[in-house]
Design a protein around this ligand. Structure first.
Ligand SMILES: *Cc1c(COP(=O)(O)O)cnc(C)c1O
Length: 420
């Protein structure tokens, strides 16, 4: 092994004269074995996958036109170009799925942007003295959002044994903040926490919010982070329609995760006209106001999501999800029968959070973490701290690849047992 610093790193120069296409051809194409550089390695740790062939084809077909979707189209009722019309209809489709087809919204760069949008609108409506409440399991993009919006009264709630926001604690914090003079709250709930797959009890939080709005004239902005779960839970159970809950104001969902489309594609939706509160005048364009976080957006993403949703329909989403869930159950059953794991959280989706009780401290070797793109973290389980891993079964994962993974775990558990 070379020591660090032993080889000379040459920084790239910006060329005086460009190179020919022939010289660049090797770089214009990914190398062979681009994905599976290591034999039998498979991507297990994140909700990321090779896009669906239909999505890929649509994306490529629209890319060359380089459509720039500045502005918002969900509130436009005049003639729109094809991809803009598709974006408008995409928002309507999701509105229908979630129980309010009058919502506004747009295609974002992903869950982070949608979470920033929700927080930003909340702050504009409530003022910066509002209190933000989230849980320990909430995605870090909400911290980013609070930082960008200069929201400093941010409270993190603990999670229950079911890995959801503790509602008794939520209520006691609302009460104590009201006693301190706080008059408004942004509450962020999650549908499909990244680490555990669990989903906050939105119905109960909605009831709590409505109670405090009526009794105490307190104002709330309720945002749902459904980056992953937004395209999972509606196809898993009876679809409850998140926007049927009156206090829900906005939601973010990521088609580039469980919608099988290429990066970057997220969708932010909110109750009609809420985006007005962040509208900024544009001096030089026919689109007079910008009501989005990022300005220039790629129209190909909207077209791709539209086609993918139309291609799959609810039944298609259910079928795809069921295939993944069957594979997940296969994996969990095998690992359990060989006494290799403790299941920390399994919500019946295509993900599972586990602890390897066959390994010292439950921590995989760097080599195995790298081979399967797994990253660990610590969670409480039955009152104790455990080192855990999340596993996402996505469309590129096969039964064979899971068998390799199980073999690898069996192998290291045997080495471990000999060591002890
Ligand atoms: C992935 C994720 C995000 C962030 O989404 P990006 O698309 O990476 O910006 C936010 N919240 C949850 C729960 C996520 O899983």
């Amino acid at each position: 092994m070379k020591k660090e610093g032993a080889f000379m790193y040459k920084r790239m120069k910006f060329l005086e004269e460009g190179r020919t296409k022939e010289k660049l051809t090797p770089y214009m194409n990914p190398p062979k074995n681009y994905i599976n550089s290591e034999e039998k390695s498979v991507f297990l740790g994140y909700p990321q996958t090779i896009p669906h062939p239909i999505a890929l084809e649509t994306y490529k077909n629209y890319l060359e036109y380089n459509e720039n979707h500045v502005g918002v189209f969900s509130n436009v009722f005049t003639q729109l170009d094809q991809t803009r019309k598709m974006e408008k209809e995409l928002i309507e489709m999701l509105g229908d799925l979630y129980g309010d087809d009058t919502v506004d919204g747009y295609v974002t760069s992903g869950g982070t942007e949608g979470n920033i949008m929700g927080t930003w609108i909340g702050k504009e409506l409530l003022g910066k003295d509002c209190c933000v409440i989230k849980s320990y399991l909430t995605h870090q993009s909400i911290d980013k959002a609070c930082c960008l919006c200069s929201l400093s009264n941010v409270i993190t709630i603990s999670y229950t044994d079911e890995y959801v926001m503790d509602l008794a604690e939520l209520e006691s914090i609302i009460k104590s903040q009201i006693n301190l003079g706080v008059k408004s709250f942004i509450i962020v709930a999650t549908m499909g926490y990244t680490m555990t797959g669990s989903k906050d009890n939105i119905e109960k939080i909605d009831m709590l919010i409505q109670h405090y709005e009526m009794e105490n004239s307190i104002k709330f902005y309720f945002h749902i982070d459904a980056a992953i779960g937004g395209l999972v839970f509606p196809f898993l159970h009876e679809n409850e329609g998140i926007f049927k809950y009156k206090s829900v104001k906005s939601l973010t969902v990521d088609p580039h995760k469980m919608g099988y489309v290429p990066f970057s594609a997220g969708i932010f939706i909110c109750r009609k006209s809420l985006q007005e509160s962040i509208a900024i005048p544009i001096k030089y364009a026919k689109t007079v106001y910008d009501k989005t976080l990022i300005s220039s957006r790629n129209g190909a993403a909207a077209a791709t999501c539209w086609v993918m949703f139309q291609y799959l329909g609810k039944e298609g989403f259910k079928r795809e999800l069921n295939k993944l869930i069957i594979l997940k159950e296969y994996l969990v059953k095998k690992l359990l029968s060989k006494n290799l794991i403790e299941v920390i959280s399994d919500q019946g989706t295509n993900m599972v959070c586990i602890h390897f009780n066959c390994i010292h401290d439950g921590i995989l070797s760097d080599q195995l973490e790298k081979k399967y793109i797994l990253d660990g973290f610590i969670l409480k389980y039955r009152g104790q701290d455990y080192y855990c891993y999340k596993i996402y079964i996505m469309p590129h994962v096969t039964k064979e690849s899971l068998d390799y993974f199980i073999e690898d775990i069996v192998r290291i558990s045997q080495v471990n047992r000999k060591d002890n």
